[in-house]
Design a protein around this ligand. Structure first.
Ligand SMILES: NC(=O)c1ccc[n+]([C@@H]2O[C@H](COP(=O)([O-])OP(=O)(O)OC[C@H]3O[C@@H](n4cnc5c(N)ncnc54)[C@H](O)[C@@H]3O)[C@@H](O)[C@H]2O)c1
Length: 353
C-alpha cells in the first residue's frame, strides 16, 4: 500500500480534452491505496462522475494550488500563469529543458516555491526509452491533417473526433490525385503513427530516419509533395529546411506538417516558421508560388482524446504505482535539477520525495 496522494488537475487549455489517467486506471490506483483527487473539468473527455464512481475524490477546477503540500499534481500540458511560486511536486510535460522561450519562467517558479517537476517527456526506463508517450497519435494526426489539407478536404476549425470517423475522411475518394509523401523520424512513435495514417489514406510514404538524414539530400526532400517531420531532436543537427530552400524553383513540397514543433528551440530542424498553428487556423501559407502550407499544431493527440488518453494512461499506470525515490522518477528529478542548474535557477525550500 502506498500513501501517495495524486491530484489530477483540470487542463487550462480549452482544447485539451485528454487526460493522463482514464477512469478504469484511476480505479486501479485507488484499489492500490493511492488517494486520487480529480478536478472538475468541463472539457475532459471522461466526465468527473466516472472518476467519482471509481473511488476518486472530486475537487473544483484549479484547486490544486491549495492542495496539501505532500500532494503530487498530475496533468499534461502547461500550468496557468499563476501562482508565481510552485511548492508542489508536479508531473506533466513542462517543455522546459530545451531552452524553449518559457523555460526559465517555469523553472524559476519551481525554484521559488521549492516544488519539483517530474517531466513526462523524461520518464524513461533503464535503457532511456520513454515509458509513456502520445507520439503515435501525434504522428497519426499530423499525417492525417497533411493528407486532408493536400486533398483540399481539411475542415476548420478542427474538432476532436474518433479514429473511425477520421479514417472515413482519410480514405482516398474517386478523382483524388496521387502524391508523394516523406516521413522523417519514421522509425519513432510519431513516425509509425504517420506511416499508419498515410497507409489508411492509400499512400506509401518514403521513410527517413537518422541514417537517411546524416548526409541530407534537400533536393530529394523538396521533391516530395507532402512531408511530415516526426523527429525527436536531442542534439543540434543541420536544419532539414532553411528559408532559402522554400524558394527553390524545383520545389514540389506543398504541405509540410511539423509534428515535432520545436519552434524557438536551438534544436529546431525546421527554422522556416516562427509560431505554431492551431485548431482554428491549422494551416498557414508559407509561400504562394507554388503554394506551401505549414501545419504545426502542438497538441495533435487531443484531436483523438479518447484513444490517445487510453493508450497513455495504460503506459503511465505502472510507473505511477511505484512513484517514489529512484528508478524512472529519480531520473526525472535528476533531469529537473540539471535543467535548473543550466539556467542558474536556485532551489528554494525543498519538498523531497
Ligand atoms: N505535436 C504534438 O502534438 C506532439 C505530440 C507528441 C509528441 N510530439 C513530438 O514529436 C517528436 C517525436 O516524438 P516520438 O515520441 O515519436 O519520439 P521517438 O523517440 O519515438 O522517435 C523519434 C525518431 O526520430 C529519429 N530522429 C532523431 N533525430 C533524427 C534526425 N536528425 N534525422 C532523422 N531522424 C531522427 C529517431 O531515430 C527516432 O526514430 C518529439 O519531438 C515530440 O515532442 C509532438
Amino acid at each position: 500500500m502506498t500513501e501517495l496522494h495524486l491530484w489530477l488537475r483540470h487542463e487550462v487549455r480549452t482544447t485539451e480534452r485528454r487526460t493522463p489517467i482514464v477512469p478504469p486506471d484511476a480505479r486501479r490506483l485507488v484499489d492500490s491505496g493511492v488517494t486520487l483527487t480529480v478536478e472538475e473539468s468541463p472539457q475532459r473527455i471522461f466526465p468527473v462522475d466516472a472518476y467519482e464512481a471509481a473511488g476518486c475524490r472530486v475537487a473544483p477546477a484549479g484547486s490544486w494550488v491549495s492542495a496539501p503540500a505532500e500532494t503530487v499534481v498530475l496533468g499534461l500540458k502547461e500550468l496557468p500563469d499563476e501562482p508565481a511560486e510552485l511548492p508542489h511536486r508536479h508531473i506533466f510535460f513542462g517543455h522546459a529543458y530545451k531552452r524553449q522561450p518559457q523555460a526559465a519562467d517555469l523553472l524559476w517558479r519551481f525554484g521559488r516555491g521549492g516544488g519539483k517537476l517530474f517531466d513526462l517527456e523524461y520518464l524513461v526506463d533503464d535503457d532511456g526509452r520513454r515509458l509513456a508517450a502520445f507520439g503515435f497519435w501525434a504522428g497519426y494526426l499530423g499525417a492525417a491533417l497533411a493528407v486532408l489539407r493536400h486533398r483540399g478536404r481539411l475542415r476548420t476549425p478542427l474538432t476532436p473526433t474518433d479514429k473511425d470517423t477520421l479514417d472515413e475522411t482519410l480514405r482516398p475518394a474517386p478523382g483524388d490525385e496521387e502524391f508523394t509523401a516523406l516521413v522523417i523520424g519514421a522509425l519513432g512513435r510519431s513516425g509509425r503513427g504517420a506511416r499508419a495514417a498515410f497507409h489508411t489514406a492509400g499512400i506509401e510514404p518514403t521513410c527517413w530516419d537518422l541514417e537517411e538524414t546524416r548526409d541530407l539530400d534537400r533536393k530529394a526532400l523538396l521533391a516530395h509533395d507532402v512531408m511530415v517531420n516526426a523527429v525527436l531532436a536531442t542534439t543540434p543537427v543541420p536544419p532539414f529546411l532553411r528559408e532559402g530552400d522554400l524558394d527553390e524553383p524545383a520545389r514540389r513540397l506543398g504541405t509540410l506538417c511539423d509534428v515535432t514543433c520545436d519552434v524557438g528551440s536551438p534544436l529546431n530542424v525546421l527554422p522556416v516558421y516562427d509560431r505554431t498553428t492551431d485548431w482554428t487556423d491549422p494551416a498557414r501559407r508559407l509561400r504562394e508560388q507554388p503554394p506551401l502550407d505549414l501545419i504545426a499544431i502542438d497538441n495533435l493527440p487531443s484531436l483523438l482524446p479518447e484513444e490517445s488518453s487510453t493508450d497513455f494512461s495504460a503506459a503511465l499506470l505502472p510507473p505511477l504505482l511505484t512513484f517514489g525515490v529512484g528508478g524512472p522518477w529519480g531520473r526525472c528529478l535528476d533531469r529537473f535539477r540539471q535543467a535548473c542548474r543550466e539556467l542558474g535557477v536556485v532551489e528554494g525550500e525543498s519538498c523531497d520525495v
